[in-house]
Ligand binder design. Structure first.
Ligand code: FAD
Length: 332
């Protein structure tokens, strides 16, 4: 199916919210979307859906969007894939964005396909890098072949160019200059979905014990050097009010649940403090934590590559060093 490429313009970012709280990945995408829109010379447009969420559309403008589209209706609460997908699809068909970015969260992954398929657009899923080339085409990159290589996908012949993006890979930055009247840049769009047309009903929401290390300010990570004993890691994390994380080696051993793996095939974290204990510093691990503000490494091998990526290094046995650090923190 051919489309009139010239008719498509602007960079859209979906602003995901739950109970009125914006998912951090959406702010990350707005910051990245701003860069891309500046490069292509187009507008950055935020799309907000929910019930009573006009303040979030204004917040998106204050955080750098040129405009916000607001679909505000009870049909969008609680989240369901069919009303979200149908509303988004209709807006894409009508407004013709050139680039559409959606967080690679459970929500984004759930409905992005409902937008891409009717638009006959490709969807590059779980991207970890975004750029534009000289012609303004989106370059969407993601690990492939199990993480052995990076694939960069571009879409010269069709629009929109769509991507879901892994949470945590971009810096959300700070809100930009205060906008005097953000409401003036918010357009409330027609809601095209009616409750009676939706196929799903939410009977009950069950929130399990979901591990999310991506938002933690402090992460204490252990690797193969823990030799099956993660207690020193857990105790230091507890003392610092942080989250426990691990390398793939530790996850593969079954010492830690996969949701806590940091790295190319795990999560990307950018905490204020990252403690890496018994971790050699393989490039695949570094990829998930090298934007941490401060890195403290503990390793028995003074030549371990992790020390080249650490702000503070302690050469020593983690089973001795970490309990001492924990005691110091608890004593404060
Ligand atoms: P090791 O490399 O074995 O290092 C253990 C370290 O502990 C050593 O430096 C050692 O000196 C030190 N040590 C030993 N005993 C002690 C002690 N008592 N006290 C202190 N230090 C001690 N890895 C990830 O982490 N995340 C990923 O997402 C990921 N994705 C991958 C994707 C692909 C396609 C591939 C091929 C690999 C991937 N890996 C990933 C694996 C990665 O290459 C490394 O194998 C892994 O990170 C090594 O984990 P480690 O540092 O725990 O173990």
């Amino acid at each position: 199916m051919s489309v009139d490429i010239e008719a498509y313009e602007d960079v859209w970012v979906f602003v995901e919210q739950h109970d009125g709280v914006v998912a951090p990945v959406s702010w990350e995408l707005l910051a990245k979307g701003r860069e891309l829109a500046d490069e292509t010379g187009e507008d950055l447009v935020a799309l907000v859906m929910g019930d009573g969420v006009s303040a979030l559309a204004e917040a998106a403008v204050s955080r750098g969007a040129d405009r916000a589209l607001l679909a505000d209706d009870p049909v969008f609460e609680p989240y369901r894939a069919d009303p979200y997908g149908e509303q988004f699809r209709a807006l894409v068909e009508e407004r013709k964005p050139s680039i559409v970015l959606i967080g690679g969260s459970h929500t984004g992954r759930d409905f992005a396909g409902r937008v891409a398929v009717p638009a006959h657009a490709g969807l590059t899923a779980d991207c970890t890098e975004l750029d534009v080339d000289d012609e303004g085409l989106l370059l969407a990159s993601r690990p492939t072949f199990g993480g052995d290589a990076m694939a960069t996908i571009k879409c010269p012949a069709h629009r929109p160019q769509m991507a879901t993006v892994r949470p945590g890979v971009f810096d959300a930055g700070d809100p930009t200059e205060p906008v005097t009247d953000p409401a003036a840049a918010v357009e409330e769009v027609d809601v095209v979905v009616a409750e009676e047309d939706t196929l799903s009903t939410v009977i009950e929401r069950v929130v399990g014990d979901v591990v999310d290390i991506t938002d933690a300010d402090v992460v204490v990570a252990g690797g193969a050097g823990c030799e099956g004993n993660f207690a020193p890691i857990e105790e230091l994390a507890d003392a610092l009010g942080g989250e426990v994380a691990a390398t793939r080696a530790a996850v593969d051993e079954g010492w830690v649940e996969p949701a806590r793996q940091v790295g190319q095939t795990g999560k990307t974290v950018r905490p204020q403090l990252y403690v890496a204990a018994g971790i050699s510093g393989a490039v695949q691990h570094l990829e998930g934590m090298n934007d941490s503000d401060v890195v403290v490494a503990v390793n028995t091998d003074p030549n371990a590559p992790i020390f080249e990526n650490a702000d503070y290094g302690i050469v020593g046995d983690l089973h001795e060093v970490l309990p001492e650090l924990t005691a110091l923190v608890r004593a404060k």
